[in-house]
Design a protein around this ligand. Structure first.
Ligand code: GDP
Length: 311
């Protein structure tokens, strides 16, 4: 239900445009396909993904000889779900972390989640919401404030740590992010933590710096937990459309991003970004943010998403 509400604007806008695209037409022809292409691009699905979808629909038109515009909605829904399936295998609705084998020293291996993304996209909020969900499952969570560039970033994360009542490892502003990450992992392992979430710097200063910094954080973490991080989550602001694509491009070039969180899908008509980014970068969307509240993060489920988008 929150998902339906969260995607309300995207859906209304998309279905509205789709309606106009087929107005007065009973058959899907080249005109309709041209209009559809515009609708998808303007919904921030992205040009490459849009062309892929159009191609799939063209194939169906060719195959069936005739495709009624009344069927277009259902077919689009199918094709988009199929497209999302290439990267999003999951039908998950729960926040789960995999069971990891014990470390060589017999200690529990914590699940290490490294979170990347530029300032303002909702990185801190997403970490707070995730910590809350994991804690609710009875898991022990430790946060590491390795975005040491801004004092505000550390303090904001602290607010969430206090709110959710989880431990946070921090150092002074300006300290080495890798050092904070190292401390957080050591502290987490000593506390028998199940999940350690590491916040990282949110500047896209330049590509080489970003790459070096993230590589160093990873390397240093591996001194404590050999196979850390288990997930590198890139947080993107879903309301920023093409900027989100650009950020995905830069972060995927700088480090191996293994999953995505797309925030602020409430209050935007740009929900198509979820489809386009996942497809273009071949990275699964794991979470979506649909509000500022602690409960307003959802595990991404492609079927629910597509249903809410088209319903
Ligand atoms: P950071 O700089 O990336 O750490 O961003 P913050 O987590 O501080 O979030 C920036 C702003 O976006 C804050 O006002 C958050 O409340 C807001 N925000 C984060 N996620 C969402 C979301 O899913 N929906 C809405 N509406 N606001 C969000």
């Amino acid at each position: 239900e929150t998902l339906d509400k969260g995607l309300e604007k995207s859906k209304t806008s998309f279905l509205g445009k789709l309606g106009k695209a087929v107005a007065g037409k009973s058959k899907v022809d080249d005109d309709v396909l041209d209009n559809l292409e515009e609708v998808l691009v303007s919904s921030d699905v992205g040009v490459n993904t849009t062309l892929k979808v159009i191609e799939r629909i063209e194939q169906r038109v060719a195959q069936d000889k005739y495709l009624g515009t009344d069927e277009l909605n259902g077919i689009l829904r199918e094709e988009i779900a199929a497209l999302l399936s290439e990267t999003n295998s999951g039908e998950e609705t729960e926040y789960t972390i995999p069971d990891l084998p014990k470390q060589e020293n017999g200690k529990k291996t914590p699940y290490v989640l490294m979170v990347v993304g530029v300032n303002g996209v909702g990185k801190t909020t997403t970490i707070g919401k995730l910590a809350y969900q994991f804690k609710k499952q009875g898991l022990k969570v430790v946060l590491g404030a390795a975005d040491t560039f801004r004092a505000a970033a550390i303090d904001q994360l602290q607010v969430w740590a206090d709110r959710v009542d989880v431990t946070m490892v921090r150092q002074d502003m300006g300290s080495d992010p890798a050092s904070v990450a190292f401390d957080a992992l050591e502290s987490g392992v000593n506390q028998d933590a199940d999940v350690i979430i590491i916040d990282t710097a949110g500047r896209l200063h330049n590509k080489i710096n970003l790459m070096n910094e993230l590589t160093k954080v990873k390397r240093v973490m591996q001194k404590v937990v050999g196979d850390a991080p288990h997930d590198v989550l890139l947080v993107l602001d879903g309301s920023t459309g093409q900027n989100a694509f650009e950020q995905a491009k830069q972060f995927t070039a700088a480090t191996e991003v293994t999953s995505l969180a797309v925030t602020k899908l409430d209050g935007t008509a740009k929900g198509g970004v979820v489809i386009g980014i996942s497809d273009q970068f071949q990275i699964p969307v794991k979470y979506i943010g649909v509000g500022e509240g602690i409960e307003d993060l959802q595990v991404f489920n492609k079927y629910e998403f597509v249903d809410s988008f088209f319903k």
